[in-house]
Design a protein around this ligand. Structure first.
Ligand SMILES: Cc1cc2nc3c(=O)[nH]c(=O)nc-3n(C[C@H](O)[C@H](O)[C@H](O)COP(=O)(O)OP(=O)(O)OC[C@H]3O[C@@H](n4cnc5c(N)ncnc54)[C@H](O)[C@@H]3O)c2cc1C
Length: 316
């Protein structure tokens, strides 16, 4: 996916400069945006798109203030298992099925799906990393203890794991705006709407941002139309990006419930839908909830922009 995006960008004439850290974004005296790099080079253009992720410098430039990511209190164990690491025949059959599996329980959940003829598992538990650490090797033993007593299939699978990475899951407060007042500098992706990875939407919604921005810009014919296009991009994307991010926290709530009346109610809903092809009621897992799934996973960036252009044409 990354290579495809890269190759397409180069084909379209994009110049990629690696190993070039951005220090800040500023406005030139003439009024255009400028990227100031750590090596003191300055790149100017009509529009700057800050897509520098969770630890964004661009965000700090937009806010004109220091602004660090905030811990969510969760961390993810990220594991990749290949079939040859698994000797147990039942497990081999289970992990090679092209099916998404969830295990949920108090304070944690695990998700597993097959890819590249192997299997990847993200296992999520309460945060116990020091504040300054974002990622480091985790202990497989510590992870096994956390899931002790869960589904034997899961614990047998964890028995096959040799190494595991721990990721601290961070988030950010919602911004008043993703753009500057001149509408020539815009943030996209994790720099403005990071989220928990519980709906597999972080990279996806970042790509949606890129698709919408690209499509909106394709309508721009003059420099004067650019601010309106940037405004339209923000109008289309900010509410959705932030809604998706909030939904990941709702998903955490519903997956990680401690034992008690609320958890019992949730489990009754799960049980009531067993054996049905699709859940027919509001469902605790948004992955196939009939209320959330359609807007979350059914988004079409092209259609969104085409409809918006009819309502708010940027040429008017
Ligand atoms: C455990 C885990 C599991 C996840 N699972 C999924 C999933 O299943 N599906 C999904 O869609 N998402 C998932 N995500 C989220 C996804 O990884 C992010 O949302 C996505 O990478 C954000 O894309 P981005 O382009 O905004 O930022 P990033 O991917 O972080 O890219 C930012 C880029 O900017 C560069 N950069 C940063 N600062 C500077 C600077 N000062 N100068 C120059 N360059 C700079 C970085 O080197 C990087 O290349 C997961 C995340 C985690 C932690």
């Amino acid at each position: 996916m990354q290579r495809l995006l890269y190759e397409k960008a180069v084909e379209l004439g994009v110049i990629v400069k690696l190993n070039t850290r951005v220090a800040s974004i500023r406005q030139s005296e003439a009024g255009g945006p400028e990227v100031v790099c750590k090596d003191d080079t300055i790149i100017s253009g009509d529009l700057v798109v800050g897509a520098d992720g969770l630890w964004s410098r661009c965000r700090e430039s937009l806010l004109k203030a220091t602004d660090h990511p905030l811990p969510t209190g969760d961390l993810a164990y990220r594991i990749t298992l290949t079939l040859d690491q698994i000797k147990d025949e039942d497990l081999r059959k289970f992990v090679s099925e092209p099916t998404l599996h969830f295990w949920i329980g108090p304070g944690a959940h695990a998700v597993g799906y097959s890819m590249k003829s192997g299997t990847m598992y993200n296992l999520v538990v309460g945060d116990d990393l020091p504040p300054e650490v974002s990622r480091r090797p985790g202990s497989t033993e510590e992870m096994r203890v956390l899931f002790d007593g869960w589904d034997p299939l899961l614990t047998r699978m964890l028995g096959c794991v040799e190494t595991v990475d721990k990721w601290k899951l961070m988030h950010r407060a919602e911004l008043p705006s993703w753009t500057n007042s001149a509408k020539n500098f815009v943030l996209i992706g994790d720099s403005c709407h990071p989220m928990l990875p519980y709906l597999a939407q972080g990279a996806n919604s970042s790509i949606e941002d890129g698709a919408v921005l690209g499509k909106v810009l394709s309508y721009v014919k003059t420099r004067q139309q650019l601010p309106k296009a940037v405004e339209l991009f923000e109008k289309l994307r900010k509410s959705r990006g932030e809604k998706v991010a909030r939904e990941t926290f709702h998903q955490r709530h519903d997956f990680h419930m401690e034992d008690g009346p609320e958890q019992e109610e949730r489990d009754k809903i799960f049980a009531s839908q067993l054996g049905k092809n699709e859940p027919e009621v509001k469902f605790p897992s948004r992955w196939n909830c009939p209320e959330v799934q359609p807007w979350l996973y059914g988004y079409d960036a092209d259609k969104e922009v085409e409809a918006a252009m009819k309502e708010w044409p940027i040429s008017s």
